[in-house]
Design a protein around this ligand. Structure first.
Ligand SMILES: NC(=O)c1ccc[n+]([C@@H]2O[C@H](COP(=O)([O-])OP(=O)(O)OC[C@H]3O[C@@H](n4cnc5c(N)ncnc54)[C@H](O)[C@@H]3O)[C@@H](O)[C@H]2O)c1
Length: 346
């Protein structure tokens, strides 16, 4: 049974991936500072693990701390060796993700995202743990003329958050090139993860006003926020609103497990992979499907376009399919249903 360290495993995507890892017979060690999640949320992960199978509970533990703290990370690796088992790989979610905040506080984003990854790599190298899955983002692409964006599209981020992700990808490529026979690295470029675990026990629960559209829609639907603003209805798209590639968080979690298995069973590799569905949904379509599927109202109005937004970004996911045999299975209707089920239980 392999032991995997999951940084930021108490967050939205990390928590779903941890459940999946446990179900696939991995041992999971989470390190999370709770800067964007809560200790209570970890209790929910444990309740869900226990409900699936009480034996899973013996295979998950959490360390509270910041990945920029090298001593903390080293302590986790040492403790693991002393327990009789090495950490064989790391799935690295820990980071900040609010685009608007990154524009106002770029240094904070370079510190958390870039320095955090830098420290992690130093410690992984020291303990000769050289298998890494990194949470990158479709934000690295910026604007592209391609209808479906491939991994070879130009990297052209539009905000500090995106710059940190692009810089980390480059840094990881340098690390790989320095020891190409030692490292196994996958940078997973997520499109727009939404939805929640079908149990309704875990999901996305951002602190404060949500930055992403889906938690925003949920909070308008439950009355916590009065109104949704849709940024622009004059884009060059079928209904004038922006088109995005929404992917169910459980499909995304599965993409991590398959990437990890792929890295562990193949020769050393560095790969960039799009994880999206390849299906574009406009913001207006998303709002309408959410309302119909859940029989709720989401009042909205149109506002000006936001700086740096782009009309359409949808994944070409054929590389993930050919390398991993990964195919997303859940529809946009399912994403809306699962997301709302979770929202009602928070
Ligand atoms: N959700 C998205 O739309 C999306 C899209 C593309 C990429 N990503 C990336 O995926 C990763 C996970 O995203 P998420 O949506 O689960 O975010 P999240 O905020 O829900 O989870 C991140 C977790 O990392 C923790 N964390 C942050 N900085 C830390 C640090 N320095 N040390 C220890 N823990 C720390 C937070 O407390 C949180 O629990 C992030 O790196 C994000 O940039 C997310």
């Amino acid at each position: 049974m392999k032991r995997i360290l999951v940084t930021g495993g108490n967050g939205f995507i990390g928590s779903h991936t941890c459940i999946n890892l446990l179900q696939k017979d991995y041992e999971v060690i989470i390190v999370d500072s709770f800067i964007n999640s809560s200790r209570d949320f970890y209790e929910r992960i444990k309740i869900l693990a226990n409900r699936i199978d009480p034996k899973l509970l013996t295979r998950i533990k959490i360390f509270e701390g910041d990945i920029r703290d090298k001593n903390l990370l080293e302590g986790i690796f040492i403790k693991s060796i002393n327990d009789g088992k090495r950490i064989e790989g790391v799935i690295h979610f820990a980071g900040l993700k609010a685009v608007n905040e990154s524009i106002k506080k770029p240094s904070k984003y370079w510190d958390f995202n870039f320095i955090g990854t830098f420290r992690l790599i130093e410690v992984m190298e020291k303990f000769e743990c050289r298998t890494l899955i990194f949470s990158s983002s479709a934000t690295v692409y910026g604007y592209s003329k391609e209808f479906l964006i491939t991994e070879s599209a130009s990297i052209n981020p539009k905000n500090p958050y995106g710059y940190t992700k692009a810089a980390i990808e480059n840094f990881l490529k340098n690390i790989f090139n320095s020891k190409p026979n030692k490292w196994r690295i996958a940078c997973l470029r997520y499109f727009n993860p939404i939805g929640a675990h079908s149990s309704g026990l875990i999901g996305e629960n951002p602190n404060g006003i949500p930055n992403n559209i889906f938690p925003f829609i949920n909070q308008v639907a439950n009355g916590r926020i009065q109104n949704l603003e849709i940024y622009g209805n004059d884009w060059d798209t079928r209904d004038g609103t922006c088109i995005r590639d929404y992917i169910h968080v459980m499909d995304l979690a599965e993409g991590h497990i398959l990437s990890l298995e792929f890295l562990l069973k193949n020769d050393c590799k560095f790969i960039n992979l799009n994880l999206g569905t390849g299906i574009g949904t406009s913001v207006l379509e998303l709002v309408n499907i959410f309302q119909e599927e859940n029989k709720v109202k989401v009042p909205f109005n149109y506002a000006d376009r936001r700086d740096g937004d782009i009309a359409r970004i949808v994944a070409d996911n054929s590389l993930a399919y050919s390398l991993l045999n990964w195919k997303p299975t859940k529809t946009i209707n399912q994403m809306c249903k699962d997301g709302w089920r979770w929202q009602q239980k928070i």
